[in-house]
Structures are given as structure tokens and as C-alpha cells.
Design a protein around this ligand. Structure first.
Ligand code: ZN
Length: 412
């Protein structure tokens, strides 16, 4: 791949057979005027050309669609060194988590920066411009490479701890570093920490992201206080004696803690009841589905159609290379296109662009080709005869094949 913009930020018109802005209808013979690393305007080539200063250089991408850089709202790039070390499918979540613990112990001496760089490069090579990246502390610093923008969530653990401060990894601070606290899950973090994290993120207008109802053991634990999650906590010495199960579903429990609103990202959301879905919709939560990870871990099949029908802001994410084979959102989209045939391909494309950008609080910057957005875009090759009705499907198929290139990205 070669970049086409030799002088960073110079005014350019990018033209292609189709413009797929995502937040607006596709435009045949479309174009985007970019300057200073931002989109200035986008639309039909004739009207863009008319608006631009005379002599603005035109780059014609030919039989392709201009498409926004992808947004992966849930991944753990610091686990990228584990690629290929866990065979899929795993029999279940509990078998997988034991393997993960063993592997993380074996690789504890390896520099997390190396794994982070691997993950960043793979994300970039898959067309991703922005990640919601979870770290346990090893990849808490911003990388000097910068090919992919990261919103860095610091994952907190501590079922036996009672404050956000006590669950912080040693040597890390939140505000000065731009880290966003993210409780891991309802079975690994105590109620006071979840409440405090929500208060912290709410006060700063930032998202609260959390693994929710990923597997059935989590449901059992909150209902009865027993099962695999209890055994796991006891084996780690983190089960506080006297703890009583709330007798609620994970979604009910989070609502009871005041943690659900439009800035809450429910990640996985595989095991939700009808009333959980209604509650998530009432609170206007975002939902982040990781269907290939769920399938690889035998965690179940998420009801993506249900969430979309309720109008929830839904995204697709890859999760990490410890539970997925790659970090390619086009591959995630192709998986959903094949396995959830009732979902329109246009909706699938929204789930890897504008919807995750919205859930990360970065709509306007990422996920759409519109004035003010980043000029880093993709030109996705189209098959012969691609028309408006087949455009979305064609984009997913070409994207999965890797038939695209970066536009305007200095790293390309
Ligand atoms: Zn995860």
C-alpha cells in the first residue's frame, strides 16, 4: 500500500465511482475535498469540483467506494502476542479463561509495548482508524507510532476491593494520562467500584465500557452466588466472605447501581432476557457485539437483530487476539453477514463505523465522511456492475478480501 498524499494535509479532491459516507446516502461518481487532515465537503464530483479552489489536485480511485476508516470499539491490543496460542473453538468460557491465565503468567516478562505495536499494526492493516482499547496497565501509555488512534480504557479488577483508588494498578493515575477507568465485569469488580467508575466517567462525559452477560456462569453467580465465577474468585483469594448475591441479572444489577445510560457500552451482551433488552433500550445504552469471539469461546450467540429492532446503538468489535483470529472488522462484518441473514448489509456497515464512533464519543470525527471528520478514509475496490442496491454487500466482501487501500493516511 502506498499513500497518495505526498504533502501532509495538502488540499485534495478524492474521486471514486461511489462515495459511501455512511451517515448519508451513497453518491454515484462521488468525491471528497480534504484539507489539513480533515474532510471539507463531500458529495457528487461535479458539485465538489465547483466548490474547490481552481487547480486543486484530483486523485481518481476509479472503480472503488470511498468509505470511512473503521472503528473497533472493543479490543485488548496488549494481548496481541497471544495470537495463535489458543485453539478455537474452545469448549467454553471457563476453559478459555484458565488457558488465558496460564498464558498471561508465562508471558508476563514480555514487554507489553511489543504486543501493543503488533496489535496497532494489525489494526491499521485492517483499515481501523480508531480503537476502544482495553489495557490492564501494560499498554497504558500512548504509543509513539500513532498509526491508529486509541481511546485507552484502564481495566479494573477487584471483587474484594471497595474503591476505584484501591483497584488502580500501582504507578498509574487517571486524569493526567487520559486513561478511562473500565470495570472488567460484574463478577470481577465490586459494586462500589462500578458505581465510582460510572460517576467518574459521567462527570467527564466519557463512556463506561464493561463486559456484560458474556457467559452463563455470570448469570448464575449474580442469581445464586455459586458456580464457576465463585470458584474462580475463591481460587484467586478475591471472594469476600459474607457477600450476598443480588438475585438480579447483570443488566438489572448495573441499573440498580445507576450505571446504565446513553454513555454505557454493554460489551458482548450475549445472555440478556427480554426484560433486560427492554431495560437496555429504555436507558439508551450502546451494545458492542463480538460474535466471532463468542463463537470461538462457545459463549453463545448474541441477538443482534433484537438489539437493532429496539433501536439500540449497536457495534461490532473484534475483542482480542486471545479470543479471535484477527483484528479485522471487515471479517467481523462478513461473519455477521453470513450468520445473521436478516440484518441488512447497510446496518452491518454502520456497526463498524458510525455506531462505534458514537459509543466512544467520537462521532463527527470518525465513522462518517462528512465535513470536519478525519480525512483518513478507505478506498474499497468494487466488483464490476456494483450498483446502489449491491454496494453495501460488495463493500463487505471486498473489505474481507483486503481489496482496499488507505486514502490520505500518512502511515500508508
Ligand atoms: Zn474484552
Amino acid at each position: 500500500m502506498k499513500g497518495v498524499d505526498e504533502i501532509p494535509g495538502q488540499p485534495l479532491i478524492h474521486r471514486a465511482q461511489w462515495l459511501m459516507p455512511v451517515c448519508a446516502a451513497p453518491v454515484a461518481n462521488g468525491a471528497v475535498f480534504t484539507s489539513g487532515g480533515r474532510v471539507v465537503f463531500a458529495g457528487a464530483y461535479a458539485s465538489v469540483k465547483k466548490e474547490c479552489p481552481a487547480g486543486t489536485r484530483v486523485i481518481d480511485h476509479g472503480r472503488a467506494a470511498l468509505f470511512p476508516a473503521l472503528v473497533n470499539s472493543h479490543t485488548h491490543l496488549e494481548l496481541s502476542g497471544l495470537r495463535g496460542k489458543i485453539a478455537f473453538p474452545q469448549p467454553g468460557f471457563r476453559e478459555w479463561i484458565r488457558l488465558l491465565f496460564d498464558l498471561r503468567a508465562q508471558t508476563a516478562s514480555e514487554a507489553p509495548e511489543r504486543a501493543l505495536r503488533l496489535g496497532e499494526k494489525e489494526s491499521f492493516a485492517s483499515g481501523t482508524g480508531l480503537c476502544g482499547d482495553i489495557t490492564n496497565g501494560g499498554a497504558a501509555r500512548r504509543s509513539d507510532w500513532g498509526g491508529v488512534e486509541r481511546l485507552i480504557f484502564l481495566e479494573l479488577l477487584g471483587f474484594n476491593l471497595d474503591s476505584l483508588t484501591s483497584s488502580m494498578p500501582p504507578g498509574l493515575l487517571l486524569d493526567p494520562s487520559g486513561l478511562i477507568p473500565a470495570p472488567h465485569s460484574v463478577y470481577s469488580v465490586s459494586a462500589p467500584i462500578i458505581s465510582e467508575c460510572k460517576e467518574w466517567t459521567r462527570g467527564r462525559g466519557l463512556p463506561l465500557t464493561m463486559h456484560v452477560a458474556e457467559h452463563v456462569d455470570e448469570i448464575e453467580f449474580l442469581q445464586t452466588g455459586k458456580g464457576f465465577c465463585r470458584e474462580l474468585l475463591e481460587s484467586l483469594g478475591r471472594f469476600p466472605p459474607g457477600w450476598k448475591p443480588p438475585g438480579k441479572t447483570p443488566v438489572e444489577y448495573l441499573d440498580w447501581l445507576g450505571a446504565l445510560d446513553a454513555n454505557t457500552m454493554l460489551v458482548h451482551a450475549v445472555h440478556l432476557s427480554e426484560s433486560d433488552w427492554a431495560l437496555a433500550a429504555k436507558r439508551n445504552c450502546s451494545v458492542v457485539f463480538c460474535p466471532r469471539s463468542n463463537s470461538n469461546l462457545g459463549a453463545g450467540r448474541a441477538r443482534i437483530e433484537k438489539a437493532l429492532s429496539l433501536g439500540l446503538n449497536c457495534s461490532l468489535a473484534t475483542d482480542s487476539l486471545a479470543s479471535n483470529t484477527d483484528l479485522d472488522l471487515f471479517a467481523e462484518a462478513a461473519h455477521v453477514f453470513a450468520s445473521h441473514p436478516a440484518i441488512d448489509p447497510e446496518k452491518i456497515l454502520e456497526m463498524i463505523t458510525v455506531n462505534p464512533a458514537r459509543s466512544l464519543g467520537r462521532a463527527g470525527d470518525f465513522g462518517c465522511i462528512a465535513p470536519g471528520a478525519t480525512a483518513n478514509m478507505l478506498a474499497v475496490a468494487l466488483g464490476a456492475g456494483a450498483n446502489e442496491s449491491s454496494l453495501a454487500q460488495s463493500l463487505i466482501e471486498s473489505g474481507k478480501k483486503g481489496a482496499w487501500k488507505w486514502v490520505n493516511n500518512q502511515r500508508a
